[in-house]
Write a protein that binds this ligand. Structure first.
Ligand code: SF4
Length: 343
């Protein structure tokens, strides 16, 4: 993640602790006109929510889903037009800047190819929304526009996808794009479902980093929330991918708030780190469309900080460096605390 504002100190800089607090709420109400027009999120659990705001401050970045009922408010300050103040129940917490978003997140062209899914992970709204699948031309057009809009700031292409027909179909969709994507000359990160020999094919096509998501911190929770998918297949593919991409170039989202214990999280983090995989500890997003479909409880600030400290110790033990990530979520850092980048 780029250190955003260290040369231009804010009155109330964000800290890891403040970021954890903002993440524990996860939403914000922003003053009209403050948010640059962006496409709505079409990927993962927060798909279909009403847009988001990225705030950078004190070298940290946070992404909050827009919600007019949120207790977090983002308002202009009187001092200058660029600075915003973030309050919780009228109490000022952070001052910072709103970041522009070339495509999905700052500094990347991050594209979701298939906004639909044949699976039905119970915390995710993509299967309910059954949206659009982007064509190759459409995807390339969005990426070109992101580079134009980014004015030199876009330093990675990241691709994710639901599953329109089959995981192999999504792999092929990515492989067809790759000859065009490599021409942009930036690192490329891919996060799709596990397929036979998929990691090797992605590597051969010029991909720099991959992500396969374990999602849950125990096999039991995974079986309950991701019916039809295999926890073991994900771990096998992660291990295989490290052999292909190298330690520290393979990632996995681990959702916190699905009913797991901290010991479950510690055990899974250690299991991932041991095979050279960097985890993104993602607070569960309780999308209204998924209310009651499975246990979801947004983790508290204290829990997020405890798990952040734990993850840093595990990264140190296995010499993993999420702060050096070149693509996807560990580079962005909007939704998670990223070890060492958020110190
Ligand atoms: S952390 Fe990942 S999911 Fe969140 S905004 Fe950044 S790229 Fe998107």
């Amino acid at each position: 993640m780029t250190p955003h504002s260290k040369t231009n100190p804010e009155r109330l800089p964000m800290t890891a602790d403040k970021k954890a607090f903002l993440l524990s709420i996860g939403t914000a109400d922003a003053e009209p006109g403050l948010i640059p027009t962006t496409r709505k999120s079409t990927a993962g659990p927060s798909a279909g929510s009403g847009g988001s705001v990225f705030i950078s401050s004190g070298g940290h970045r946070v992404r909050l889903s827009l919600d007019p009922d949120s207790p977090i408010k983002v308002r202009k300050t009187n001092t200058d037009s660029e600075t915003v103040i973030v309050t919780y129940l009228d109490e000022p917490i952070v001052t910072g800047k709103i970041e522009s978003v070339p495509a999905h997140c700052p500094e990347q062209a991050y594209i979701n190819l298939s906004e639909k899914c044949i699976y039905n992970c119970k915390y995710c709204t993509v299967p309910l929304l059954q949206g659009h699948t982007k064509s190759k031309d459409e995807t390339l057009q969005i990426i070109r526009e992101a580079f134009d809009k980014g004015n030199g700031s876009v330093s990675a292409i990241s691709i994710t996808s639901g599953v329109e027909e089959s995981p192999e179909g999504e792999l092929n969709r990515v492989l067809e794009l790759m000859p065009e994507l490599v021409k942009f000359g930036v690192p490329i990160g891919i996060s799709i479902y596990v397929t036979q020999d998929g990691a090797q094919k992605l590597k051969d096509a010029g991909v720099s980093e991959v992500k396969f998501n374990v999602e849950a911190a125990s096999a039991e929770i995974f079986e309950n929330v991701c019916p039809g998918l295999s926890y073991d297949d994900v771990f096998d593919e992660l291990k295989n991918s490290v052999a292909i991409f190298g330690k520290g170039n393979v990632y996995s989202n681990l959702i916190v708030g699905l009913g797991e214990t901290d010991d479950d999280v510690a055990e899974t983090l250690e299991k991932l780190a041991k095979i050279g995989v960097i985890a993104c500890l993602r607070p569960v997003f309780e999308n209204k469309l998924r209310k009651g479909d499975c246990f979801m409880e947004r983790p508290s600030k204290d829990r997020l900080m405890k798990l952040y400290d734990l993850q840093k110790r595990i990264c140190e033990k296995y010499d993993l460096h999420p702060e050096k990530s070149k693509t996807m979520c560990s580079k962005c850092g909007g939704c998670d605390l990223v070890p060492f980048a958020d110190d």
